[in-house]
Design a protein around this ligand. Sequence first.
Ligand code: CA
Length: 727
Amino acid sequence: MTRNRIAAVAGILSLALAACGAPREPAEPADIPAPEVEAQFADVDTARILAAADTPQEWLTYGGNYDETRHSPLQKVNVETVERLGVAWTYDLRTARGVESTPIVVEGVMYVTSAWSVVYALEAATGEELWVHEPDVDKSVGVNACCDVVNRGVAVYDGKVYVGVIDGRLQALDAETGELIWSTVTVDQSKPYTITGAPRVVDGKVLIGNGGAELGVRGYLSAYDAATGKLVWRFYTVPNPEKQPDNAASDAVFAELANDTWGDEGAWVEDGGGGTVWDSIVYDHVGDQIIFGVGNGSPWNRTFRDPAGGDNLFLSSIVAVDAETGEYKWHFQTTPGDNWDYTATQTIILADLPLGENGETRRVAMQAPKNGFFYVIDAATGEFISGEPFVPITWATGLDENGRPVEVPTARYGTTPILQLPGALGAHNWHPMAFNPELNLAYIPAQEIPQAYAEDSRFFDDPANWNTGSDFAAGAAPDLPPGTFEAIRASLKGRLIAWDPIAQEPRWTVEHENAWNGGVLSTAGGLVFQGKLGGEFVAYDAATGEKLWAHDVKSGAASGPATFEVDGEQYVTITTGWGSAYALVAGMAYPDGVPPSVGKVVTFKLGGNEIIADAGLPMIERTPKGEDFGTTEMVAAGTVHFARHCAVCHGQLAVSSGVLPDLRWSPIAADAASWDQVVRGGALASNGMVSFAEELSEEESEAIRAYVLRQAHNATASQEAPTSDQP
Ligand code: CA
């Protein structure tokens, strides 16, 4: 790759994960019909989730069971019968934003979420709507959501449904009616916190974390009383600026261990340090402990975050705390002194692996975090057992005997861009991993999305919302060298890997067409299910990776599938609507058109023959609506401002995936006054496009318009830009 191309890729793959509003709101909720089901609603307790394997007809918790294996004992759908799998029903979630929800199924009722934290209760066998709960969110908070206004699902317990709301509330709903029972604000809402993750419930306590480390917050995990919504304990993942006690469960370990891994000054003091617990939270019943994954540093670049250069506990760590009190038990830090947005929030799976010489089992925690290593650690102590890269990586040469990465000298970047694998989107992101305990194989939705990291020399001058200390405009240019799009596309790869955690090597691998694909379901029927970005929902042979079945779900499908049984019939279900971080930034990755993002629940059964309706998305005319204008200097300035302020939502190189508007084709770009009304005047704030008046002058806003129109005219002239059929 030429230097120019690397520079261009730098700008483009300084992707990250975006702050975006709301183009299309869900329709008004339908009337709430009286449910006809006689069974008790959400009659779930800890004992029942612990025994999930005994009631495989249910899908009781986000990961299917407390060990979060996403492995179902059901086997009516199996390697022999799967060819007869067809659509049983579909349900329209009425959104084009990202959908990441794994449905929960209990007593014949499915509880599922979509964008903006909307909760739906459906008859699991038919998809008939029972109730819908809209949490009444001020859509302007969408600008705080790094990676789209997604939600990964609910928890159910003792007749209630628990949902984390994008604005930081935790809510308990009546499982039968959807009525609000309690609502608790879990964050300082003056700060850019969000919640996208699914709560978990253990022994009467609801566990919830949050996100926001791209914009500057301090992370923690909280436990709330499931009946009342009162805080029981909280464990912070980074110290407060004074390194003083918080009157929290984490106080003792910070005094003993973690405070000393942070310097006394640096941007972390203002920015909160990051370390958000935005996804994986697992209950280990053997140790009666909660094991959770911690996110990246805020800002990303440690040079700015903490010039003292320490490990910065507990960033990018797996942490175990006492389930009852929240007190520290152990930790394992995957990426000491995180510098690259290498979160360790990815799926944590607990299992008993035959690691002993005579086949004795050892209880382990497994994770494939963003940094590209697959880790096996002791679940009782956090001791490192083994770790190997599951994709090509360039930032480290391996792990030492304690599991600490051996970094390459260039990894801690300066102002010259370095192209690195993995990038901030990770070798594995939020897409759930699964584990088959019969085959001892973990199934990883893996990806290669390189990123150019460069120190942002304007870091202290421009404390805008997104201020990671890594320059998103590195290498961005208004007119790209020929072949740039092809070079970028060639560098993006996605695959499903069946990983042997004992041998620490792949057993089989399936290469995908796109880098970003779906979460995984494993079943005792010998199957592995995964949705793909191109719209295929696929079943593979769990032992060999042979493709046994596929169905076009007419939308990108990224969430974790689930399976359940009603009246003896096995169903397999997935939510569609790919949205999320990659969708927002990576429109340019799709030369043949961007896969549609259509929010639906699609449920299959043997012999099902329903049709998935076409989305009927409105076509947009892909022509510039305004003249090409602006001096070279003006367009160049617009390029940089776009990369820093707009690209995380409207797409790198101004090419949108369609989840949010492609500005190149927007009529608003035709007129300077209208443009400024939106960009600086906040005219579309109710859609989530808040005013950027504090970040951008009128001149800078107009320079962005010149850049956007230049890209529109360039694309029309060269026919090089990918097409998009969505608004
Ligand atoms: Ca992050």
